[in-house]
Design a binder for this molecule. Sequence first.
Ligand SMILES: [Zn+2]
Length: 392
Amino acid sequence: MNRRQFISAAASAAVLARIPRAGAAVKYDLIVKGGRVIDPSRKLHAIRDVAIANGRIAAIAANLHGAAADTIDASGKLVVPGLIDIHTHAARSKEAAVLCLADGVTGWIDAGSQGADRIAETIAVAKSAPQLCRVLINIGRAGILPEGDTMDLNRADVGAAREAISRNRDMIAGVKARLSRDVAGPNDFEVLKRAQEVASSFNLPVMIHMGQTVSPLSKLFPILKSGDIVTHMFAPPPNSIIDDDGHILPEVLAARRRGVRFDLGNGRTGHLRWDMAERILKAGFLPDTFSTDWTPEGRPEQVVNFPNVMSKFLMLGMTLDQVIACATITAAHAFPVFQDRGTLKVGAPADVAILELRDGTFDFVDNFAGKRSGRQRLFPSATILAGKRVAT
Ligand SMILES: [Zn+2]
C-alpha cells in the first residue's frame, strides 16, 4: 500500500467507524418530543417531534424514531421557531441579550439606541450576544436623548451616519428615525428625508418611530419605500394611522401596498393604547410584526417579555397562528440577516422557542395604565439556539 492508498484506506475506515450500528448509535443531537408544533412558514400546526442534528432541523414527524443525545419532553407545550424581535434596545446593556434568549428570542435588532457618535458601543454588545443580532443606527448622531434626538437638526448628520455605516456594514442593518414631537419636533419631515438619504446609499431600510408627530402622516408616509418599517403602529393621536370614523388613512394603505411593513413596538410610553389597537384590528389592518421595544425598565411592567407582548394580541382576537407568524417568519423577512430563520423547515438553523400557553385570567397593561384581562397567556419554557438547549 503506497502512501496515497494508505490515506484513502484510513479515511474509509474512519467513515465506517462513524456509521452507526442499527439501534445502537446516536442519530440526532436533540429531539423535542410531543409538542404542538406551530410553524406558520409551513402552515404547520400539529403534534410533532422535532429532531435536531449539527445545529440544524433534521426532521419533523409524528413519533420520530431514532436515538438522540438529548431529549426535551414538550408535551402540553408549543414548539415554535425562535422568536425574532425587530425593535429592542437590547444592545444598551450586556445582560439584556441573555435575558431575552431565555424568553425564546433567538434574534433581535437594537433599534437606534445609538447614533454615529457611539455606535461602536452598541455594536460591541451586539457582537458579544449569543443570538443573531444587528443594530439600526439612529439618524441623530448622539442617539436617544432626553431632550429629543433631533430637536437640534444638526444632529441629523448624514455624513456622520454614512461614515459609521461604511465602517460597520456587517452589523448595521438599517437607519432609525424617531419622529414624535418630543423627539424631532417640527424637524420630523427633514429628519426622515435625511434618514432616507443615508439608507438609500447603502440599500438599507429605514425604521420610523411614528406617533404624536408634528407633521401629518400624509406628509411623512409618501417618502417611505418598500422594506421600510413603521414601528408604534397603534400609537394614539395626534397623527395615528386611523381616522375618527374608523378608516385607515389612504397614505397608510398605499404604504402597505408598496411594501412598507407595520410593526407593534410595545414600549412603555405613548405607543400602545387598547382602544386604538382594537379599532385598527377591527378595520382589518393587522400588524406584520410584533416587537417589544425592550428595555430593562420594561421588564417589571408593561412589556415584561416577548411572549407576554404576543399574548396581548391573543386577547385582542388574533389567532395563535397569526400571533406566532408576527413573531417569527414575517419578522425574519424584515431583515436579510434573518433570511434562513423564523422557520422550522428541515435544514434551517435550529433556533426554537418552547412556550407554554396557560389558561386562566391574566392582566395586561397598555402604555396609558389601561388594564385588560385575557384568558390566555404565553410563557417562555425553554430555548434552543443553534441546536443547543439554552441553560436556564
Ligand atoms: Zn424603541
